[in-house]
Design a protein around this ligand. Sequence first.
Ligand SMILES: Nc1ncnc2c1ncn2[C@@H]1O[C@H](COP(=O)(O)OP(=O)(O)O)[C@@H](O)[C@H]1O
Ligand SMILES: [Mg+2]
Length: 223
Amino acid sequence: MMKRPRLTASSSDHPAVRRYLRDGHYPVRGVDRHFSWDVWTHPERQRTPQAEAERVTARSSSLTHSKGPAARQPFRLRSWQAAIIRPLFSTLDADGYRSIRTAFVFLPTRQGKTELAAALMLYMLFGDQEEGAELFSVAVDIDQAALVFNVARSMVRHDPELQARLEVVPSRKRILHHLSSSAWRVIASDAPSALGVNASGLALDELAAWPHRGQESRHGGER
Ligand SMILES: Nc1ncnc2c1ncn2[C@@H]1O[C@H](COP(=O)(O)OP(=O)(O)O)[C@@H](O)[C@H]1O
Ligand SMILES: [Mg+2]
């Protein structure tokens, strides 16, 4: 039997990762996936900007698209998508923590914003070694907040490896990763449950639809 090189959380020495970095091709399913999603059993991690950038790129792009012509195909990051997430996740302070906490993405519709947000949320949910990650997608109302969630839900449904690791609770709009006690919840911005959250990641989709300060003060005074 062929001995497989050990897969680790960073895995940049794995032949399949090198192949991916060279020609952008990697298999989506099965044992050939070039890393293990079980970062919990491979806890070592190289916290260098280069390794972090490769990690988020490789992991988010090993997901599959949820809809449209690319549905069920590997998520090949568009250049603007990569240009946003690489610096976002790889700009580190002296202690190795990310220094960029917020990214605003303003692009016309149908460009892939929601899809990208879903991929990043899944990454932060269980691909990033964050114990007890608390993620929220928030919008003016619950249907809108569910947009990103529904995309992620299809990504999980299309992928047996994700299905085996995540529990999707459609009725309560939650995705749970039990191994790391991490959860992603959908809430409306005005819901009482929006108070007191201790979020490790937030996705705010369709920001243009949010009431802005002027409107808010007309209806409800300053907040
Ligand atoms: N990197 C990509 N490659 C191919 N198709 C993509 C990519 N990113 C997004 N898409 C597809 O583009 C379409 C629009 O994406 P969506 O995220 O809904 O756009 P937006 O939120 O900007 O309106 C979807 O069908 C999605 O699957
Ligand atoms: Mg969208």
